[in-house]
Design a protein around this ligand. Structure first.
Ligand code: 0WK
Ligand code: 0WK
Ligand code: BGC
Ligand code: BGC
Length: 922
């Protein structure tokens, strides 16, 4: 009896061993697998055999691993593994580990994975739409399927694998499909810069931490490897220099029946029952999508033979896919007692004995062990290839790994590593797990690609990109110009005129009254009524009206110009029913004026579009008073003339007492700040401060910026109403930025770099590209669409790449402007810091101007560069909401009080007030 039971058990044991023996690969067999894999790697690389190779060796157009220079913010899509993830990745340069990520995981319904291509694309878009605020970011698309790439952002899907089978996708460019679908939906724009395989994303993610990482392995739902191959070995891709990452797609290994000797009938059954029979044979022996299914089929077989579960095959056991690979990982875990194995089997509707559990564990072990060994053999082929590529006896290299099977299975990684060590003894191979997934890697590739994509433009316009070192040099140069302007001896020849404004402080809250403010010189001529009152707290009411300043007026005679101003003022006072009143007027006149006092300002030179004759060298207050007198229908008292920078500083100073700098970045550009009176040689007195109008627009008029001015800047200047003047302004301000871009595009088109060399009369027309177009093209969502619209209007029939390139050209030109202004502002800030002799400057900068306000990225770029150039400062940037009119009224209030005081000089009360004010104000 006993012998019969023992015999039965022994034969059962033998039957089980025989079944599992097919999964036990001998070292020889593994060596053979390694050798065959190696042959397939080579066949995949060769021009002739590539088309028929089972291991496809697909080029990825990724030429290097990260070098730490990558930076920027990117969107990443990660599709094809267990989860569909969307990420926003922020990469900062300098410290190697500075990558911030925000991600969201979405489940992909089966009906999408196996529906139509349209449905699958729509699904992707709906997810992206949820992130529409970020869609302006360049996108790196991790697409974990075999793609025939012809560029970093071009890839035809060779075939679906794993659980995907969406129709009308295979053979099509995945990026184009998504772009088309987005266009059709027309809800947001997307700049897909790169498509990468998950192995490549994983390699890049890990290489960011370990530069030795040159291989990416996925052991997850699917199985695949990529590595950095020598360009000269990739025969079907042009070029012999350097390296390119190759996506092996080793999942296809065996398609030419060369591993039939080790494939078991269970493998064939699984293949037969899969979505893609005959394909991905190696993957079906090694990856998480199939291991569970292999086990299930073995269990069925053993059960059929009465070797398991008392020969009872339950419905559930017959259910395909019921035995997931995660159960393997659980069952094989050493920490799991047999009882727990039984409860897993219970959960699968299998009533098992302890023996059953042991056998199931064995089966799982056999299947997963083989999978790990096969991957190890494949990996050994890859590392040996790399070692030989480099002509080394010994290779040290790192493999970046990801995938649930590798991460969750208790033994998979160890067996894999052991196999590699045995089969590639000359290679010391480290494995690092990708903590962050391939999304980070995709963002790094996007950063590199974007750099590459724009590298030719960056090279072309390298003269417009400045390192911080250059910016600091420009800062020092401007600082010197400031000192020249302030010095009595040097001022006459200084280019940066540092004009005293006779404004001695910012508002202190005591201002009150009813004023008129004229605001001339920016893009609009505005007249304002400003009422400052003190009920509970100081409040300001403003009413304003914008008036035309027609071309013929600003280019005509000075008297016509001031007649026009006087006429508009009359019209405004009419509408305000104050023609009978003589309200104090503050005149914002946005041009360089030499003041002798607040209400005496001689125009030094016209800038921007203004060219009215007979005004330069004249006191503009006198000219305006004369025009008003000539009318005789109302009386006015011009109490102060202020530059728009001063008006802006005063307007912002009304809300923030720390404000001591005013900047305009609009049609023109300029800055003022509060300087110590003792440093202003041209003005008497040493006590207190006075606001200086720097007129930084003229920086460089003496040639100090020739080394950074480009041919485009010179062309702008040549075509301007004031050649040789305002050279700094012409490099940075709104009046010229659009034209700068146009000139660059003309040259690039002439050299065939854009629009296939198409040059149209519109493109050749001065002023056809305005700065508002530059802002629109750099706008978040619809930037590229705007580019297409604007370029189409110029008749150049732009391609998608043309639009992206033009957007980058706009970015370079506007970035240069923000950087240069950050440098000159930096000089003012360091001067304020030195004046105050403080280790850390805390100050507020009031800003206005259409370029700063309208351009989507300008403010952020300016703030960032200023903080980098002047780290020892806390600078608040305060946008002037109400324009400089309010500020002009503040100055007028002060001027009026001064006049009152001067007027009362003769009266006793007057003297007391004078003393009082002196101590608290001046
Ligand atoms: C995480 C990566 C993803 C990859 C996945 C593979 O971010 O790109 O596809 O690993 O592992 P799986 O999810 O298929 O197990
Ligand atoms: C609005 C101010 C005005 C200034 C203008 C500059 O009220 O004084 O001249 O900003 O910006 P722009 O209009 O030249 O863009
Ligand atoms: C795909 C590969 C992918 C791998 C891992 C395979 O099915 O063909 O492109 O890298 O799965 O996700
Ligand atoms: C003028 C400045 C003015 C600036 C901004 C420049 O062209 O010279 O006085 O502040 O434009 O409007």
């Amino acid at each position: 009896m006993v012998t019969a039971v023992a015999q039965r058990l022994a034969s059962q044991r033998k039957e089980i061993d025989d079944t599992l023996a097919a999964f036990a690969l001998s070292p020889t067999q593994l060596q053979e697998v390694k050798a065959k894999m190696r042959v397939e790697l080579e066949r995949g690389l060769k021009k002739d055999s590539h088309p028929t190779a089972s291991v496809k060796m697909l080029p990825t157009y990724v030429y290097r691993t990260p070098d730490g220079t990558e930076r920027g913010k990117y969107l990443a899509l990660d599709l094809g593994g267990t989860n569909f993830r969307v990420l926003v990745v922020k990469i900062r340069t300098g410290m190697r580990n500075s990558v911030r990520m925000y991600n969201k995981i979405y489940a992909i319904p089966l009906e999408i994975m196996q529906g139509t291509g349209e449905e699958y694309n729509m699904f992707t878009i709906i997810i992206l739409y949820k992130l529409r605020n970020n869609t302006r970011l360049p996108l790196g698309f991790t697409f974990s399927f075999p793609c025939n790439q012809t560029g970093i952002d071009k890839g035809d899907l060779v075939c679906w694998t794993k659980g995907f089978k969406a129709t009308e996708c295979e053979g099509y460019d995945v990026v184009d499909m998504l772009r088309e679908a987005i266009k059709r939906r027309n809800e947001f724009d997307l700049d897909i810069v790169a498509i990468v395989n998950d192995t490549v994303g994983t390699m890049m993610t890990c290489a960011y931490e370990d530069p030795k990482c040159q291989i990416g392995l996925i052991a997850g739902t699917g199985s695949n490897v990529c590595y950095m191959e020598e360009m000269k070995n990739i025969e079907f891709v042009e070029g012999d220099e350097g390296q390119m990452c190759v996506n092996t797609e080793w999942g296809g290994f065996g398609a030419n029946d060369n591993i039939e000797d080790i494939r078991t009938r269970y493998d064939r059954e699984v293949d037969g029952g899969s979505l893609n029979p005959g394909k991905q044979r190696f993957e079906k022996m090694t990856s998480g999508m199939y291991l569970g299914e292999i086990v299930r089929r073995i269990l069925i077989d053993l059960t059929k033979h009465g070797l398991l579960f008392r020969g009872r095959i339950t419905e559930r056991l017959k259910t395909k896919g019921i035995f997931e690979t995660k159960f393997l990982s659980q069952i094989e875990s050493d920490r799991l007692a047999l009882l727990q194995v039984r409860s897993i089997l219970q959960h699968l509707g299998l009533d098992s004995t302890c023996d059953d559990s042991i056998i199931v564990k064995e089966v799982c072990g056999a299947v997963s062990r083989r999978a790990a060994q096969l991957c190890g053999a494949g990996m050994a082929a890859v590392v040996d290839k790399i070692r030989e590529n480099r002509g080394l006896d010994n290779l040290e290299i790192t493999v970046g790994v990801d995938g649930t099977l590798y991460k969750l299975h208790p033994h998979f990684s160890t067996i894999l590593k052991d196999t590699v060590r045995e089969l590639a003894p000359n290679c010391k191979v480290d494995f690092i797990l990708s903590e962050d997934g391939s999304g980070k890697g995709a963002a790094l590739i996007t950063a590199v690609a974007q750099h590459e994509q724009f590298a030719w433009i960056d090279k072309y316009l390298y003269a417009m990109r400045f390192s911080d070192e250059t910016l600091r040099d420009i800062m020092a140069r401007f600082r010197r110009e400031m000192e020249n302007g302030l010095g009595r001896d040097t001022n006459p020849t200084a280019t940066v005129k540092m004009l005293p404004t006779f404004v001695r402080s910012i508002p202190d809250g005591s201002e009150k009254g009813d004023f008129i403010a004229l605001d001339l010189g920016g893009s609009n001529f505005r007249i304002l009524r400003v009422k400052v009152s003190h009920e509970k707290k100081q409040t300001v009411q403003m009413e304003s009206q914008i008036y035309e300043t027609p071309e013929d007026i600003i280019h005509g005679s000075g008297s016509r110009l001031f007649d026009h101003v006087a006429e508009c003022l009359g019209d405004f006072m009419e509408k305000q029913k104050i023609k009978d009143k003589k309200l104090p007027i503050g005149f914002t006149f946005s041009f360089p004026c030499a003041h002798t006092k607040l209400d005496e300002a001689v125009l030094l030179t016209w800038t921007k579009r203004f060219k009215a004759s007979g005004v330069e060298g004249m006191d503009v207050v006198k000219l305006l008073n004369k025009a008003i007198k000539k009318r005789g229908d109302y009386d006015a008292d011009i109490m102060a003339v202020v530059n728009d920078t001063v008006g802006t500083m005063m307007t912002c100073g009304f809300d923030d007492q720390r404000c001591e700098v005013g900047i305009i970045i609009g049609t023109g550009t300029n800055a003022c700040y509060m300087e110590e009176l003792r440093h202003i040689d041209l003005v008497e007195g040493d006590e207190g401060r006075m606001c200086i109008n720097t007129e930084w627009g003229a920086f460089g008029d003496d040639g100090t910026l020739e080394d950074i001015r480009t041919e485009f800047d010179r062309e702008i200047d040549r075509g301007s109403p004031n050649p040789g003047k305002q050279l700094f302004e012409k490099m940075v301000s709104g009046m010229y930025m659009g034209e700068l871009v146009r000139l660059i595009l003309v040259k690039m088109a002439k050299e065939g770099l854009l629009f296939e060399g198409r040059i149209t009369p519109e493109l050749l027309t001065k002023g056809k590209i305005e700065t508002k177009h530059v802002s629109a093209i750099e706008k978040s969502k619809e930037g590229l669409t705007k580019a297409e619209e604007i370029l189409t209007r110029l008749g150049v029939e732009p391609s998608e790449d043309d639009c992206i390139a033009v957007q980058h050209v706009c970015a370079i030109v506007s970035f240069r402007s923000a950087n240069l202004i950050a440098a000159t502002l930096g000089a003012i800030l360091t001067r304020l810091k030195d004046n105050k002799n403080t280790p850390r400057l805390r100050t507020t900068v009031g800003i206005d101007g259409s370029l700063y306000k309208m351009h989507p990225q300008y403010a952020r770029r300016l703030h960032k560069t200023v903080r980098r150039l002047v780290p020892e400062s806390d600078v608040r940037f305060l946008l002037s909401e109400s324009g400089s009119g309010k500020g002009a009224a503040m100055v007028t209030a002060w001027a009026s009080r001064l006049t009152e005081i001067m007027g009362a000089e003769n009266s006793v009360l007057g003297i007391f007030i004078l003393i009082g004010t002196y101590y608290f104000k001046l």
